[in-house]
Design a binder for this molecule. Structure first.
Ligand code: SF4
Ligand code: SF4
Length: 114
């Protein structure tokens, strides 16, 4: 088969019948500043973890809003809670608390499942 140096992107449709907004609503309640995020990417650009991994706080927020819980569970441990992203965020999003609250609720969920 001929290779043209590009590929068709993976289907990124969201199936809202099977995605849950529970996590997004919980984080919204515990850290309301998340709703100010404008996806500018300043946090990702300054992130200590992104020097060694593919972690991006900007993408994390998008996954929270989309209810893509599986992706969040995979990504969340990469953050070192250093707080650099908080210093550069033009919208004053309390990024560390978003991550802290996520870890807390996901840990509680894990313990309830066991
Ligand atoms: S820097 Fe702030 S506003 Fe920009 S993407 Fe990150 S959290 Fe959102
Ligand atoms: S707190 Fe986490 S997301 Fe923010 S800069 Fe540090 S490692 Fe990156």
């Amino acid at each position: 088969m001929s290779k043209f140096g590009f590929t068709i992107l993976k289907d990124q449709q969201l199936d809202y019948d099977n995605l849950s907004r529970d996590l997004a609503l919980h984080i919204q309640k515990t850290e309301p500043s998340i709703s100010s995020c404008m996806s500018c990417g300043s946090c990702a650009g300054s992130c200590s973890a992104s020097r060694f991994t593919q972690f991006s706080f900007r993408k994390l927020v998008i996954n929270i809003q989309r209810g893509n819980d599986k992706q969040i569970v995979n990504e969340i441990q990469k953050c070192m809670l250093c707080g650099k992203c908080m210093l550069v965020c033009p919208r004053g999003v309390n990024t560390r608390n978003v991550i802290y609250q996520l870890r807390k609720v996901l840990n509680e969920k894990k313990h309830h499942e066991v």
